[in-house]
Design a binder for this molecule. Structure first.
Ligand SMILES: NC(=O)c1ccc[n+]([C@@H]2O[C@H](COP(=O)([O-])OP(=O)(O)OC[C@H]3O[C@@H](n4cnc5c(N)ncnc54)[C@H](O)[C@@H]3O)[C@@H](O)[C@H]2O)c1
Length: 430
């Protein structure tokens, strides 16, 4: 197969992650074009992928004006900047891999899906990477094979992690709803989509509660006084959310990638301290302009009567999601790596470790076979590239209609939280 040619829009964290796939699998895909306004990030990718100068742009609009010159486009701009390029590149006939969430409002999500479908013969996938991990594939296979009978209910936990929440959702890009999107959409649209994927049923009704409880001025420890930045704070050493401790520790451990590379491009001690002194990531977590919730629960009712309970929570140790699936014949527990199935009839437990073989093979080959997000990043690339090469949209597990449906469930849940009522998902289709 000839490598699939990719145009990358946005060379930030995600654009970089998906591009890396082409280094691991150069025979399957290559980056032939890039649009990115920030010099450092654009030049880094141009160097790494040897992109021809006439295919390098500072704005996606310059690329879309040209006659189509790649097979597919990967859109990894920020949440509110997805709709315009998605529509424009679809109309130009590009296959599209679009980051989640599709867009921060219902109307834009609908417009994207309607355009992709109206154009017709394009492959369209949304980066719901959780669907594509070896772990999820194993859970789905077990559930579909009926090992626990029919699903009655699911309990699903998303432990965001105390420092990840501080980094991304208090100090960082997704802290403020007006600038990005609400928390359930920004972070947990993956989980609501994942539940829909595992249950295999549309969600019909939702209720939800949640608030911003901790990362606000009212919760600031009195010992921190008026300090606005960790570098100036007398309480810093006692504070679990100290930016100084967190980022300097990463620097000293030479962990130069995410999240350290988000706060500065100068990865020297002086560069990091300068970012802590002047940039958003050095701010006190109780003194930021954040407004997204730090805990939220959602109850979901599916078309066949099955239910799910979802919890998103910032105040946890950093770890994988945890799920219990309660079936008519057994129970399945998963923690992102290990799956344990308990059978009611035999009273036996069976354990599955979907990464074990992959990791042993990777060790031997001395390479990382599946990228970040538990293998989801390379997993989605595998499926998308194959779908493009074969012209087969069935290879995409997160296509337009099911993604729109799970996004609308997220919007319904947020509406339920704000209006303090049960919301029928079909209200969002009106
Ligand atoms: N699938 C996942 O698990 C996952 C994880 C994290 C983030 N995301 C989503 O991925 C998207 C990108 O997140 P990120 O962390 O990479 O953000 P980022 O800010 O690091 O990258 C976005 C890039 O888009 C560039 N950009 C802005 N305007 C542009 C334009 N006109 N033309 C071309 N590029 C332009 C920015 O300069 C920036 O480099 C967001 O929607 C985010 O919610 C998804």
């Amino acid at each position: 197969m000839k490598p699939v040619e990719l145009l990358v829009i946005g060379a930030g964290s995600r654009g970089n992650s998906y591009s890396r796939y082409t280094q691991a699998y150069p025979e399957r895909a290559r980056v032939v074009g890039l649009a990115e306004p920030r010099d450092h990030y654009r030049e880094r990718l141009v160097r790494e992928y040897e992109i021809a100068p006439e295919r390098v742009f500072t704005d996606w609009r310059q690329a879309v004006e040209l006659p189509k010159f790649a097979d597919a486009v990967i859109i990894t701009t920020q949440d509110a900047q997805h709709m315009e390029p998605a529509v424009a590149f679809a109309q130009k006939g590009y296959d599209i891999l679009l980051e989640k969430p599709m867009a921060p409002d219902v109307e834009s999500c609908r417009t994207i899906v309607e355009t992709a479908e109206a154009v017709g013969d394009i492959i369209f996938a949304v980066c719901h990477v959780m669907r594509y991990t070896p772990y999820t594939k194993q859970v789905k296979k077990l559930v579909d094979a009926g090992v626990i009978g029919d699903i009655v209910s699911i309990q699903h936990l998303e432990p965001v992690g105390y420092w990840h929440h501080a980094h991304s959702f208090t100090r960082g890009n997704w802290r403020n709803e007006a600038e990005s999107s609400f928390m359930l959409l920004a972070k947990s649209c993956h989980d609501i989509d994942w539940l829909r994927h595992i249950i295999g049923q549309p969600c019909v009704q939702v209720s939800s509660f949640g608030s911003l409880k901790q990362f606000r001025k009212e919760s600031k420890p009195s010992e921190a006084g008026e300090a606005k930045r960790c570098l100036d704070c007398a309480y810093e050493e006692q504070c679990a959310f100290s930016a100084k401790r967190f980022y300097l520790k990463a620097l000293r451990a030479k962990k130069f990638s995410w999240p350290l590379d988000v706060i500065t491009t100068d990865l020297s001690e002086e560069g990091v301290i300068d970012a802590l002194r002047n940039g958003p990531y050095g701010r006190c977590v109780y003194e930021c302009d954040n407004d997204v919730v730090d805990h939220q629960v959602v109850n979901l009712l599916y078309e066949n009567g099955a239910t799910a309970v979802f919890t998103m929570i910032a105040q946890t140790e950093q770890r994988d999601r945890e799920t219990i699936i309660f079936g008519t014949k057994g129970e399945l527990r998963g923690n992102g790596r290990e799956i344990v199935v308990y059978d009611f009839l035999t009273e036996q437990k069976t354990t599955y470790e979907p990464y074990k073989e992959l990791e042993e093979a990777a060790k031997k080959a001395n390479k990382n076979p599946h990228g970040g997000h538990g293998g989801g990043d390379f997993g989605i690339m595998d499926h998308f590239i194959e779908a493009v090469a074969q012209r087969d949209p069935r290879l995409v597990l997160s296509g337009p209609q099911e993604t729109l449906e799970s996004h609308l469930t997220v919007f319904a849940a947020e509406q339920a939280r704000r209006e303090n009522r049960i919301v029928a998902v079909k209200e969002l289709y009106a």
